[in-house]
Design a protein around this ligand. Structure first.
Ligand code: ZN
Length: 139
């Protein structure tokens, strides 16, 4: 199995599993139309800087290395979203980066903001912040 096939299988199995959960919750969220919409794109890794918060002088890292959906994040697959904008399980096509699975969230990720998972902090810093278009991926 090539890396590409592996990611594709993760995307499909993740989307199916999360999609089933979404069907059960009956929340009335309007799916974004499959049109390109400008988003703030940022990048994060599993480090304390990206995932930790300071609480009473102590570093708390409840989310390090695990997504809000209870899975290990995967570069090339995981993107953190505001789930009121992008329901978990959505496949999101991000301009110049390709398709990611909405499978994490973050306190700072709100509205039209996508936080793309990468596996090193150096990479997250190098990629920086940018405004790019994203749309729902169909198929
Ligand atoms: Zn980091």
């Amino acid at each position: 199995m090539t890396r590409r096939d592996w990611i594709a299988s993760l995307l499909v199995s993740g989307a199916t599993r999360l999609g089933d959960e979404r069907d059960q919750c009956h929340c009335d969220i309007a799916l974004p139309e499959p049109i390109w919409v400008q988003h703030l794109i940022t990048f994060y890794c599993p480090c304390d800087i990206c995932c930790g918060t300071w609480h009473d002088g102590e570093l708390v890292t409840p989310a390090r290395g695990i997504t809000s959906r209870g899975h290990a994040p995967i570069e090339g697959c995981t993107v953190a979203v505001d789930p009121t904008v992008w329901p978990y399980g959505s496949l999101i096509d991000i301009e110049r980066f390709g398709v990611r699975l909405a499978s994490d969230c973050g306190q700072k990720v709100q509205g039209l903001h996508l936080d793309v998972f990468v596996d090193s902090h150096k990479k997250a810093i190098q990629l920086g912040r940018r405004h790019l278009k994203a749309r729902k991926f169909n198929g």
